[in-house]
Design a protein around this ligand. Structure first.
Ligand SMILES: NC(=O)c1ccc[n+]([C@@H]2O[C@H](COP(=O)([O-])OP(=O)(O)OC[C@H]3O[C@@H](n4cnc5c(N)ncnc54)[C@H](OP(=O)(O)O)[C@@H]3O)[C@@H](O)[C@H]2O)c1
Length: 392
């Protein structure tokens, strides 16, 4: 029996993982479930999966849950308890699915403890990719991507020599605004941005998909996961989201992974690569689907994809600033404090003011992350307001 800790159990990825655990209860069990604030969802999950331990990182949520758990389930609160659940000796695998760079300490603890880590939380690699992957190499931890594009690439790399890779291509649906009139992009509401055409995801990543910040973050994630040079990384628009990722080899062969868009596929792959696990996703009927379309990314419509080239060519500090500024701007947009088109403008303004250096320790990561967050708030609060009004 393999025992799991799920970080971010109450989220969208956590829900897909819960379904897989239910399907494979003979071979996998939840040892710890970690959530933040969603008490009702955690209660449902506890009754479904019967973990030994529950952690709510938010103290108030933990108090609200207190006394409501079945006998034998222990309750803890705070990020330190989440870290302890990630590195506990009872655990074989950790699914890292908190949202944002707040998920880094617990995911890194799992890596340091040598666990198999299913990594959904891309912000970990964007903020501390070098440290994360070096720690995995030192501990022997296996990091298996849960992002669908990276899980696809991971599958296309099996059995191939690394030096034979020419390029890795991540597909992008283009989100809900791929064909929207650019002159109306500033009017996009949070409700429109969160409604993704192909994927049912959490609010933050849905907005990231709409700006294509998500694809930009994924290129940085791929760089660290697969140890690639910037010129080996590219993205292509594929509106149907059926081809998830491709690897071009030096002999001209291109391997691709296809599946219906459903995160249970990548999570099942992260849980067990061989033999493959039945995941519950419907089989891909290509004859019924009829066509697969591809087009180049329009960097004028999606300036995040232009900006990320600078980040990929630069030092670690730029990735940290890129991610932190995006987290702040994404939230500000969801809170209706800025327009949709301002998200990338805020990120660009923060990047312009950030140093371009390499970063070695976690303390340095956090201080640069904080600095970028403060800068982003300043941009939103002052300069941006003026620019915005002028633009409308
Ligand atoms: N959803 C997808 O299809 C998908 C695909 C690829 C990659 N990912 C990545 O997977 C991660 C999770 O995405 P998601 O869509 O599942 O997000 P989500 O539905 O918003 O869930 C986020 C999870 O993180 C927890 N959380 C939020 N703020 C927290 C904090 N301050 N401290 C600790 N935990 C916190 C939430 O807890 P509460 O809800 O209890 O507050 C929830 O369990 C993200 O990094 C995303 O980029 C997601």
């Amino acid at each position: 029996m393999k025992r799991l800790t799920i970080l971010g159990a109450t989220g969208s990825i956590g829900g897909s993982a819960a379904d897989l655990l239910r399907r494979h209860a003979d071979a996998f069990a939840a040892w710890a479930l970690v959530g933040h604030r969603n008490v009702d969802r955690m209660l449902e999950l506890v009754h479904m999966l019967r973990p030994a331990r529950v952690v709510m990182t938010d103290g108030e949520a933990a108090r609200a849950l207190s006394g409501r758990l079945p006998a034998g389930v222990t309750l803890e609160s705070g990020m330190d308890a989440a870290i302890a659940a990630a590195e506990a000796p009872e655990v074989d695998m950790v699914l890292a699915a908190m949202v944002g760079s707040v998920g880094l300490p617990a995911a890194l603890a799992a890596v340091r403890a040598g666990k198999r880590v299913g990594l959904a939380n891309k912000e970990c690699l964007v903020t501390a990719g070098r440290i994360f992957m070096e720690t995995a190499r030192a501990s022997g931890a296996e990091v298996v991507p849960v992002d669908s594009e990276h899980a696809a690439v991971h599958q296309c790399l099996v059995g191939h020599d690394r030096n034979s890779i020419r390029r890795v291509v991540l597909t992008a649906s283009g989100g809900p605004f791929r064909d929207r009139d650019p002159s109306t992009m500033a009017d996009i509401t949070p409700e429109e941005a969160v409604a993704h055409p192909n994927w049912d995801m959490g609010a933050k990543i849905s907005v990231d998909s709409a700006t294509m910040m998500n694809k930009a973050l994924e290129l940085i994630e791929a760089r660290w996961l697969f140890d690639l040079r910037p010129e080996q990384l590219s993205a292509i628009i594929h509106p149907q989201s059926l081809v998830h990722g491709l690897v071009e080899y030096v002999d001209g062969s291109v391997l691709a992974q296809l599946a219906e868009p459903d995160m249970r596929g990548p999570i099942a792959w992260a849980m067990q690569t061989s033999p493959r696990l039945e995941s519950g996703i419907p089989f891909l009927e290509l004859a019924r689907r009829g066509r697969l379309d591809f087009e180049a990314v329009d960097e004028t419509r999606f300036p995040a994809m232009r900006l990320v080239r600078r980040v990929l060519a630069g030092g670690d500090s730029l990735s940290i600033a890129f991610n932190a500024a995006n987290e702040v701007a994404n939230q500000a947009f969801r809170e209706r404090r800025i327009a949709f088109t301002d998200i990338v403008r805020v990120v660009e303004a923060v990047l312009e003011a950030s140093a371009d250096v390499s970063v070695d320790g976690l303390d340095d990561v956090w201080s640069r992350d904080l600095e970028a967050r403060r800068r982003a708030e300043d941009v939103i609060g002052s300069r941006m307001g003026g620019r915005l009004d002028a633009a409308r």
